[in-house]
Write a protein that binds this ligand. Structure first.
Ligand code: HEC
Length: 285
């Protein structure tokens, strides 16, 4: 076994230890708008002192503001919170550390508000039987960073319709008349207004009965396949009880286009008629 000893005679012992000094950055008063691209400020000069600089570091760390320990470059990114910051920086050479107190001030401002966006209602299409009331609720909206001051209809509302200017919710009263009503809503905040055209459709229909409208529709569109019980499966939809008990399957098949089999889908108005029959309570007469 060989033991090797190193005798450490210091050659540098007599050289005076000098701390880093003279740290200067490209900017010292920075305004940063949250959401803008990252802001970079870099060291323009520094006196290293008696040995090379080992590291740059913040005295206190701040979320969203980073310092490159090798070259001192500071990056302000989107994670920083709105507020005022004063940065103190430690610069270390292999002998000593200097703290540059309150060297850089940073003001982080909130992004300016944008116009409202993404108005969403709990339904985009509501069917109602004439003479009944209904409501459509606003599920969400992006206020663009500024409180919404008003929801309003673009153009005059149809009879019997009300838009709540504070919430955007829509009420339909018994005064609404039969028809297909498309509503366009404008939403306003301090940045301006955004129009949401045809954001909601309300179909007001007459109350249908099986013998009044629905049976004839099945006869004309579902014949000859569903006008007899040849299969023994209660699929003769011209029989009230069969149509009533299959109503959910009927609507599903009409909306997904799988019925009428091998034929063009029913027009929306006829599908609506059948749905209105359901909403109205599946009356026979
Ligand atoms: C050309 C014949 C044909 C026409 C027209 C047709 N169907 Fe069908 N339908 C069928 C057949 C066959 C089935 C059995 C399942 C299959 O083959 O898809 C069926 C099944 C169904 C079912 C499923 C029943 C269940 O309980 O599973 C429903 C609901 C239905 N049809 C509704 C309709 C309606 C409503 C119409 C008219 C608007 C219509 N069909 C028109 C042939 C037809």
């Amino acid at each position: 076994m060989t033991l090797i000893f190193f005798a450490c005679t210091s050659d540098t012992e007599d050289i005076p230890k000098v701390a880093p000094s003279g740290l200067v950055y490209s900017e010292t008063n920075v305004t940063f708008v949250k959401g803008s691209t990252d802001k970079v400020i870099s060291v323009t000069s520094v006196e290293k002192g008696s040995s090379d600089i080992q590291s740059y570091a913040f005295l206190t760390s701040i979320t969203g503001i980073l310092i490159n320990s090798a070259n001192g470059t500071i990056t302000i990114g989107s994670a920083v919170a709105v507020g005022n910051y004063t940065l103190s920086i430690d610069v270390e050479n292999s002998h000593l550390t200097t703290t540059f107190k309150d060297l850089i001030t940073i003001v982080v401002e909130a992004a300016p508000p944008s116009k409202p966006s993404n108005l969403i209602y709990n339904t985009a299409r509501l069917l109602l039987v004439e003479g009944t009331v209904g409501s459509i609720t606003r599920t969400s909206v992006n206020n663009g960073g500024s409180t919404i001051t008003e929801y309003a209809s673009i153009g005059s509302l149809p009879n019997g319709f009300v838009v709540n200017s504070a919430t955007g919710d829509i009420s339909i009263t018994i005064a609404a008349v039969v028809g297909v009503h498309k509503l366009s809503i404008t939403v306003t905040n301090s940045a301006g207004s955004t129009n949401f055209n045809n954001v909601v459709t309300v179909v007001i229909g007459e109350s249908n009965t099986f013998n009044g409208q629905i049976k004839a529709l099945f006869v004309s569109k579902c014949s000859p396949c569903h006008t007899s019980d040849a299969t023994g499966q209660s699929w003769d939809f011209t029989v009230y009880a069969n149509a009533k008990s299959h109503i959910n399957q009927i609507i599903t098949k009409l909306e997904n286009g799988s019925m009428p089999k091998n034929a063009a889908a029913l027009p929306q108005s006829e599908i609506d008629q059948i749905k209105l029959w359901l909403i109205g309570g599946l009356l026979e007469n």
